[in-house]
Write a protein that binds this ligand. Structure first.
Ligand SMILES: *Cc1c(COP(=O)(O)O)cnc(C)c1O
Length: 346
């Protein structure tokens, strides 16, 4: 039985085209800057995001960490969301490894930070206080349900930050999903921002890697940080080749995943006892819960779903996260809906 794996879009295996590109990739020693495939990926990502330069890293976590360490010194403060990936899920690296202090503001339901909150959090020049150096945003916003923010918000937030001498970094792990949902160019979403990380290994299906983009000068600093973190790789063109396929051929199809997420949500809404948020999912994530009429935990339900070949993310005692991606087709969506129907009927 083929598994329908809805736990995350990180489970996406490389496409056959990616495997072929990897097998044929021209490579060199990237620590010497001599891997032509890595160089091509970095230039491609930078040009798609409208930035001067890019840096290939093994993960989004390292991309965000390298960005924060390149923007901030020890004792500096970064403003970020209390539900942001960097705050919740990156092992506290910015503090543990960078000595960077964090100010956590409440994420709004759409994943943004309220401009008034940002304004109020920026510190005065006072020896008692850490200097506020950086604002970190996230788009799409993972913990807020794959929600996205429009370019107008980036402009307002960056305008405010820059007026106070702050830099702005975007965790754009799923930036291209936001661009697809808005029908805008990714570059338009990050135009006023100083740096941005995008993941190749989520909905874009590459096996490994993220690209951090920004000015030439900034990427020069981040390059040294990447080496310090142990992220300098040698014949990394094997991996970058898949990343090039991801950027060239997978970005334009993300809207299909969003359409399937809507279909999945519509189907699950018809299953008695399941509780879905009103409105269509913003991008490729569907969150749902078990209503009071269903006498089981999310873990128990997930075990029943697994017996039927459907894997789901459990994100609370009675809550699930389902993520659509390249390897989930229409039939997979239908199978997931009927598996839920069977399991909750008991
Ligand atoms: C996945 C993800 C990252 C980076 O994750 P890695 O697993 O380290 O590549 C960063 N931010 C967000 C919002 C993510 O979803």
């Amino acid at each position: 039985m083929e598994l329908i794996d809805l736990r995350s879009d990180t489970v996406t295996r490389p496409t056959p085209e990616m495997r072929a590109a990897m097998a044929q990739a021209e490579v060199g020693d990237d620590v010497y800057g001599e891997d032509p495939t890595v160089n091509r990926l970095q230039e491609l990502a930078a040009s798609m995001l409208g930035k001067q330069a890019g840096l290939f890293l093994p993960s989004g976590t390292m991309g965000n960490l390298a960005a924060v360490l390149a923007h901030c010194g020890r004792g500096d403060e970064v403003i970020l969301g209390n539900r942001s990936h960097t705050f919740l899920y990156e092992a506290g690296g910015i503090s543990a490894l960078g000595g960077v202090h964090s100010c956590q503001l409440p994420n709004q339901p759409d994943g943004s930070l309220a401009l008034e909150d940002i304004r109020a959090a920026i510190r005065a020049d006072d020896p008692h206080q850490p200097p506020t150096r950086l604002l970190c945003l996230e788009n799409t916003h993972n913990r807020c349900g794959g929600t996205y923010q429009a370019p107008e918000y980036s402009h307002e937030a960056a305008g405010l930050a820059h007026a106070h001498g702050l830099q702005v970094h975007l965790d754009g792990a799923r930036l291209f999903n936001a661009a697809a949902a808005l029908g805008r160019d990714a570059a338009a979403l990050v135009e006023p921002l100083d740096s941005v990380t995008v993941c190749l290994s989520k909905g874009l299906c590459a096996p490994v890697g993220s690209v951090l983009c920004g000015s030439k000068q900034f990427i020069g600093k981040a390059h040294r940080v990447r080496k310090m973190l142990g992220g300098g790789m040698r014949q990394a063109g094997i991996l970058a080749a898949a990343g090039i396929v991801a950027l060239e051929n997978m970005v334009h199809r993300l809207g299909e995943d969003h359409a399937r997420a809507r279909r999945l949500a519509d189907g699950l809404r018809q299953v008695e006892g399941l509780e879905l948020e009103a409105g269509a999912p913003a991008t490729n994530m569907v969150f749902l819960g078990l209503g009071p009429s269903i006498p089981m935990t999310a873990r128990q339900a997930a075990a029943g779903l697994e017996e039927r070949g459907v894997l789901v993310g459990v994100v609370g005692g009675r809550r699930f996260r389902l993520v659509t991606h390249y390897w989930v087709d229409d039939a997979g969506v239908e199978r997931a809906v009927s598996a839920f129907g069977e399991v909750v009927k008991g």
